[in-house]
Design a protein around this ligand. Structure first.
Ligand code: HEC
Length: 171
């Protein structure tokens, strides 16, 4: 009799377990598996088209907020070139230690969230109110926000910036 009770209990728990799992799955599908971006200006939701995340690293970043290029020598080298190509150099200096704009090496940032790769990505993608337009362009730049710098390129630039300091920004 006792053994039968135990079996019944196990059966009930198994049923409960299944139900819980099912609920979670449906929850995930409705919310999607992407991280939620916010603007650095005021924390408002920032929508970036998912199609722009078109490489394995960009996709990984979109779903986890982790920048897999940090510590990757090849990506860092590319990031250095992109930092020059997109004129970041002009304001932040060739070594990212500051010129007209602030140093990007940390650990102290104007926007503390820039210590994380997600935070720095948002700051560069959407700009700030204090002198840097979206993607580092001038504030009066009216070009299509989807042109120019891509998420994958920005992740490489961030990997290069991180290569100067002790922090990876991935924690
Ligand atoms: C026209 C000059 C200019 C260009 C070009 C520019 N920036 Fe900036 N950037 C600034 C200024 C000025 C600030 C400080 C903004 C503020 O205080 O709100 C800043 C801030 C930042 C910050 C935040 C630093 C912190 O301490 O929180 C990051 C990160 C950054 N820039 C990265 C970039 C990258 C990457 C590029 C190239 C894609 C770029 N910037 C291009 C002028 C520029």
């Amino acid at each position: 009799m006792r053994i039968l009770n135990i079996f019944i209990l196990m059966f009930v728990f198994a049923l409960l377990g299944c139900k819980k799992e099912g609920d979670n799955t449906s929850g995930n599908t409705s919310s999607g598996s992407a991280i939620a971006f916010v603007t650095t200006q005021d924390g408002a939701p920032l929508t970036i088209k998912t199609e722009l995340f078109d490489t394995p690293s960009a996709k990984e970043f979109l779903s986890t907020g982790k920048n897999t290029y940090v510590g990757n020598a090849e990506a860092i080298e590319k990031g250095k070139k992109l930092f020059q190509l997109y004129s970041c150099t002009q304001c932040h200096g060739p070594d990212a230690r500051g010129q007209v704009g602030p140093s990007l090496i940390g650990p102290d940032y104007r926007y503390p969230k820039d210590a994380t790769n997600k935070g720095m990505f948002e700051t560069v993608w959407h700009g700030t109110n204090g002198g840097m337009g979206a993607k580092g362009k001038g504030l009066m730049d009216t070009t299509d926000p989807e042109n120019g710098l891509t998420p994958d390129e920005l992740l490489k630039i961030i990997a290069w910036i991180r290569s100067h300091g002790a922090e990876t920004g991935n924690s």
